[in-house]
Design a protein around this ligand. Sequence first.
Ligand SMILES: [Zn+2]
Ligand SMILES: [Zn+2]
Length: 422
Amino acid sequence: MDLIAIAVPFFLALILAEFIYGVIRGRNTYRLNDTINSLSMGSLSSLSGLMIVGGSALIYEFVVDAFALTQLSADSTLVWITTFIFYDLAYYWKHRLGHEVTLFWGSHVSHHQSEDYNLGTALRQTSIDFHGFLFLIPFFIAGVPGEVLVATVSLNLIYQFWVHTQHVPKLGPIEWIMVTPSNHRVHHARNDQYVDKNYGGVFIIWDRIFGTYQDELAEEPAVYGLRKPLNSWNPLWANTHVYWRLLVDFVKIKGIKNKVQLLFKRPGWLPEGYVKTCKATPIDLRSKYDPPVASATKAYVFGQFLITVAVSLSLAGLASLASPVELWAAAGFIVLSLFTHGYILDKRRLAAPLESARLILAIALALLLPLGSTLSALLGYSAAASLIVLGISIALQRNILGAGDQEIRKGDVSEGLAKASV
Ligand SMILES: [Zn+2]
Ligand SMILES: [Zn+2]
């Protein structure tokens, strides 16, 4: 049973509820561009999981068969509780190494790029989780049944959803034991004293034991995001930017020992005498990446994004019905769509031609792919209507996709809160 797939509709409903609550209370923590970007990262992540489905299961079966491991009973409550607690310990170390080892940071960085902090941020997950299974090997060897492990990993992740909010204050004695909104806000902050703290998934006790705990301080409101901001709404670049810089440095530096160290040292490490490829431009850490976009453009991208989400959600249902070619074609279209939505919000020069090409492709796919009649009609007709709207806006020289100059950073978060701009 895929618990995360069951949880997704609840996640989306809670995101909407948090947005409405924030607007009513005058403390909206959502921006349209950031929310689309976070949810795009979530879609890509589940898409990559879908396309390599069974990978972990195969490794699991191989290890269990190869070593003829005895299996514990899935009916034992003790097995479930012990697995849950020890998996959280394993998660602590996976997460900590995800921050402290460059090779793993390149994967985990995706979760930290948002300069807002809301339930949408929770769905911002990597598409390149190539090392997660290493932390499961001890459980394979201990004989934890596959279904217990899969459920435990899912429950751990589902728990982490609700802590991504600015609306819940400190929770008294619970702060001592559990990961809470307050102590996880610290984890997402880029303030000097908050960086690389509070790695726990469900229990915060691991941070207290291993010396990485930091309390949220009233005099130091959290400012969210990376210390070297991404400055882009491109979800593909968000997944790969650290690896690109790592590759450039890896090729540049001399000596095999230095190259190996580069992969396993902390992010930003270079051997003596080398200058960083990625020079951190000094920025005001309290400002946010927010290229100004017209309301019509926002409404247009939001509408297209909803259609992309509908296609993404339907793909999971299609996985067993469609041929691999159809599945890859649909997945490719979703990736292209998420990329294009970000490209428009980034105010890139070729947004209009790229979007036109994507809409023509959407019509072709609606005719060719077995997406189900309702979804095909939605995709085909909406793409045709969008093409007409786009054509008219260009003909009237009021191109709703805009063009040109990118304003890099804008915004004021003096109260640690985002402006209402959805
Ligand atoms: Zn983290
Ligand atoms: Zn988080």
